[in-house]
Design a protein. Structure first.
Length: 935
């Protein structure tokens, strides 16, 4: 009952933990939904801001810019783009190297896990082989017992009937049984010593396990106190050493388990030997009972012969009464001879009674010895069960240690991943700082360029006609910019499609969670069924205890009924033991299913933690993007202020700079998408491995089902054996009825004899006066008759006790039959429930396969979309490169035109100067002429 209560408490704690986990999952889902809505709002706000910036700053400023300034800005931006693309390619190469290193480490771990799983599979195979061997040994033992019974029956038929040979054989049997009992006691003492040694070994293993756990705690504390830089080098070596130690400890524990299993096999063999010896003792008891039956039959035959002789003597007495007058002397002689014959018969009867008493005492001693041996066997069985439970506990602890080692490996993996992500973030921060420095340099250069432009504007006042042509070209540039904006909108749409695909993946995860909840419900139903089935062995134990409470009565002369009851009771016990073993196997199957579910929950938690870490990382990146955007806005404001005073080159530079930033964002998003897809591929590989493990567990469960069906067939054979025993009991009952009829006939004969004795007494009274000597002889005969009547009364009492015992046996057999019917019904219910459970498992497996196929199809679609997007990106890059080449050619042409214009302007300036000098000379001449005229 305590075990049942503990199991119920464990189930309750599991349900409470499940409810707590469900609440936590719901809270996490709500938080994720809130975060998703916030992200959507932020994304929409960012889109609106970009549109406003384009409307405010893009279109109006381009009209006031010159084509030469646009060409110079594009050349500068082209150089920056080329530098950034080279840096990105280097980063991709470094990330591929890291991925290769990252993939090399799990390969070693997977190999170690494969070795551990292979060792576990070998151990399970050895265990199954041992079970099959035990079953074969049990079958051989049964066959040998049947052959021994057949030989005993043949021997009993061909046994001699002489009393002297029986005595010698009985003495030999006593001596052999005493020697065997001594050997059995010695073996029991030796088994007790071995069991104590096993218990000490188990305690030693427990102490080692506690020491190992303490060491692990200390080492974890030390590793936490160490710095982050040292963890990258020293923790890896410590983990490898710990991993090696764990492997060594696991191997040592496996060796110890193998030794314990070997010792268990030895103990089971010795137990089987003891069972065989007990069966031999029972067979010897059956032989002694048969011998006592034969002796009683002989005794009854002798009594019948004595009665016949008495009747013959009575006839002779009647003849003597007739011939009294003829020969009184002869009568006296015959009476003396009759007395001597009666004395000899009495002596024989006394000797036979002494023999019977000795045999009864010897039987009692044998019964006591058998009870002692049975108690010892029960104690040994209990100790074996305890040792098995301890072995199972050790096996569960080994599994716990393996799980802890795996969790530790996972933590190390996550730690290394975080370190790599930190390195990547640092590189990104350094790149952003470099970009800021470049922006500052560009601003200084732009200021210088603006000053140059002011100087050039003073010169270019006369080239208005040529500027109109350049304005037309700027309009063409505006059209091209609008096309680029449309392309950006298309890319945003594709990003929205990717977000929808991510939402679909989240929905698939929710479906997986629902499947896990269904599996948990199925497990709870199985546990409830097991609780209902566990009440059955408790009731059987109560009934077995009720059967053991009834004391064993002294064995009567008709001992065949006792032997039949003893043969029935071990069969019932064997059936109950088999049902207990079946229940234990079902519990073990449930424990394995629970372990699988717990491992699946751990994996889901690990995936959740990964998702949370990715979300945090995305949030940090978004914050950094927001900061950079704010800084860029400030820079843009400064540039807008400068652009009011400067030429249209600044506005075009800002537009091209915005385009470059958008391209950078697209590249970052694409790199993030690549990383997410790689993580999804890794998750897919992990899920495939898990599916393979689940298939292996399903095959193991199918094997166990086959074994349970085999055990059910064995129980059916036991039931058939019981039916045969019931038929034998019926035959024994019919034999008892025949014996009772014979006893009634003997009673009738005795009544007739009593009537004859009374008539003879009357005749003796009539002839008392005549023959005093004959009266004395008749008195002695009456005393003998009284003694025989007393003996007959004793025999009648014994028969009554036998009848009572027979009724008790009938009641007990009825109870056993009822118990068998109940057990059969329970077995049928369990079989039906098991079939229902297997159907549910098949349905769940089909659903899982369908979901796998859907997931694969979605992944294929995602891959196709990704490939198409990559192709489009490559096409865009090529198109941009072509445009850059065209811009280069146009810029060269414009430079040539500018040079021509500047040369023409210089010529015009020289002509202007010459003309001015001529005008000045002419004016001076006119002034001089006027002066001369005036004078």
């Amino acid at each position: 009952m305590r075990e049942v209560e503990n199991y119920v408490g464990h189930v309750r704690t599991l349900t409470e933990a499940r409810d707590a986990l469900a609440t936590e999952y719901e809270r996490e889902n709500e938080q994720l939904r809130m975060e998703f809505t916030q992200l959507q709002l932020e994304h929409e706000s960012q889109k609106k801001e970009v549109e406003e910036m384009l409307e405010q700053e893009g279109l109006l400023d381009i009209a006031h810019s010159s084509p030469s300034e646009q060409v110079a800005y594009l050349l500068v931006e082209r150089s920056t783009l080329l530098e950034k693309t080279e840096a990105l390619e280097q980063q991709l190469d470094s990330s591929s190297c890291l991925d290769t290193l990252w993939a090399a480490q799990p390969q070693s771990r997977t190999e170690e896990q494969a070795r551990d799983s292979a060792l576990c599979a070998c151990a399970e195979c050895h265990w199954h082989e041992a079970v099959h061997r035990l079953q074969a040994a049990h079958g051989e033992i049964r066959r040998l017992t049947e052959e021994l019974n057949a030989q005993k029956t043949r021997h009993s038929k061909s046994a001699p009937t002489s009393a002297e040979t029986l005595k010698e054989e009985m003495e030999k049997v006593k001596e052999s049984e005493m020697s065997e009992l001594q050997k059995a006691r010695e073996q029991n003492i030796r088994l007790d010593k071995e069991i104590l040694a096993l218990r000490n070994r188990v305690r030693f293993l427990d102490s080692e396990r506690t020491i190992f756990l303490e060491r692990e705690k200390k080492e974890t504390a030390k590793s936490e106190e160490a710095s982050v830089l040292e963890e990258g080098n020293s923790d890896h070596e410590d983990n490898q050493a710990l991993h090696k130690r764990c492997c060594q400890v696991v191997e040592s524990i496996k060796c110890q388990n193998a030794q314990l299993l070997h010792k268990l096999h030895k103990l089971e063999r010795e137990h089987e030997d003891l069972v065989e010896r007990n069966e031999e003792l029972e067979s010897l008891l059956g032989e002694t009972q048969n011998q006592t039956k034969d002796e009683r039959e002989q005794f009854e035959c002798e009594v019948d012969e004595l009665r016949k002789k008495i009747s013959h003597l009575e006839a002779e007495l009647t003849q003597a009464q007739e011939s009294l007058a003829m020969a009184n002397g002869k009568a006296t002689k015959e009476a003396v001879e009759c007395q001597e014959v009666l004395k000899t018969h009495q002596e024989k009867v006394d000797v036979l009674e002494n023999k019977l008493l000795e045999e009864k005492e010897w039987r009692k001693q044998l019964v006591c010895d058998l009870e002692v041996t049975q108690n010892a066997l029960k104690e040994e069985k209990k100790e074996l069960q305890n040792s098995k439970s301890e072995l199972l506990r050790l096996y569960s602890e080994l599994q716990v240690l393996r799980g802890a080692a795996e969790e530790r490996d996972v933590l190390h993996v996550t730690h290394e991943r975080l370190q790599k992500e930190n390195v990547l973030l640092e590189t990104k921060v350094s790149e952003l700082s470099q970009e800021c420095e470049q922006l500052n340099q560009l601003l200084t250069e732009e200021k210088k360029h603006e000053e140059k432009c002011l100087a050039s504007r003073r010169v270019c006042t006369k080239a208005a006609a040529k500027e109109r042509l350049l304005e037309d070209r700027s309009q063409s540039w505006e059209k091209e910019r609008e096309q680029l904006c449309l392309k950006l909108l298309e890319s945003n749409k594709k990003m929205e499609e990717l977000e929808k695909q991510i939402q679909g993946n989240h929905e698939e995860k929710q479906l997986l969670w629902e499947e896990n909840a269904q599996l948990r419900k199925d497990i709870l139903a199985l546990r409830h069924q097991l609780n209902t089935s566990s009440t059955v062995p408790v009731r059987l134990k109560h009934e077995a205890s009720f059967g053991e409470i009834h004391p064993h009565k002294p064995q009567s002369p008709m001992g065949s009924t006792d032997g039949d009851v003893k043969q029935c009771s071990p069969g019932g016990k064997a059936a109950t033991q088999q049902q207990h073993e079946q229940l234990q196997q079902l519990r073990q199957d449930l424990q394995r299913v629970q372990n699988l579910c717990s491992s699946a929950e751990k994996e889901l938690r690990y995936e959740r933690e990964k998702n949370l870490e990715l979300k945090k990382h995305n949030i940090l990146l978004q914050q950094e993007n927001i900061k950079t955007k704010a800084e860029l806005r400030q820079a843009q404001q400064k540039l807008s202020d400068a652009s009011k005073t400067c030429s249209s080159l600044t506005s075009q530079w800002e537009l091209s700079h915005q385009k470059v930033k958008e391209l950078e964002l697209q590249l970052l998003k694409q790199s993030q998408a690549m990383k997410q897809q790689s993580s999804l591929a890794e998750k897919l590989a992990q899920e495939k491995a898990r599916v393979a493990e689940a298939e292996k567990t399903i095959t193991e469960l199918q094997r166990k089902l086959k074994e349970s069906r085999h055990q059910v067939q064995l129980s059916e054979t036991h039931i058939l054996g019981r039916k045969q025993l019931e038929g034998e009991v019926r035959e024994a009952r019919e034999n008892e009825m025949k014996v009772q009829r014979q006893f009634q006939e003997e009673q009738r004969k005795r009544k007739l004899l009593d009537q004859q004795v009374e008539e003879f007494q009357q005749q003796l009274r009539q002839s008392h006066e005549k023959e005093m000597e004959l009266t004395q002889a008749s008195a002695e005969l009456q005393v003998q008759y009284q003694q025989q009547e007393a003996r007959l009364q004793v025999l009648e009492e014994e028969k009554r006790t036998l009848s009572n015992e027979h009724l008790h046996c009938q009641k007990y057999s009825q109870k056993l039959s009822e118990q068998l019917l109940a057990l059969q019904q329970e077995k049928e219910t369990l079989h039906s429930e098991f079939g229902h459970i297997m159907k549910q498992v098949d349905i769940s497996i089909r659903k899982h396969n369908e979901r796998k196929l859907r997931h694969k199809a979605k992944l294929r679609r995602a891959k196709e979309t990704f490939i198409s997007e990559v192709k489009q990106r490559d096409m865009r890059i090529r198109h941009l490169e072509d445009e850059i080449k065209l811009l280069k050619t146009q810029a060269e042409k414009e430079h040539g035109l500018i040079r021509q214009v500047t040369a023409a302007n210089e010529g015009l300036h020289q002509e202007k100067r010459k003309l001015l000098q001529r005008l000045h000379d002419v004016e001076e001449e006119e002034r001089s002429n006027k002066l001369t005229l005036s004078t």
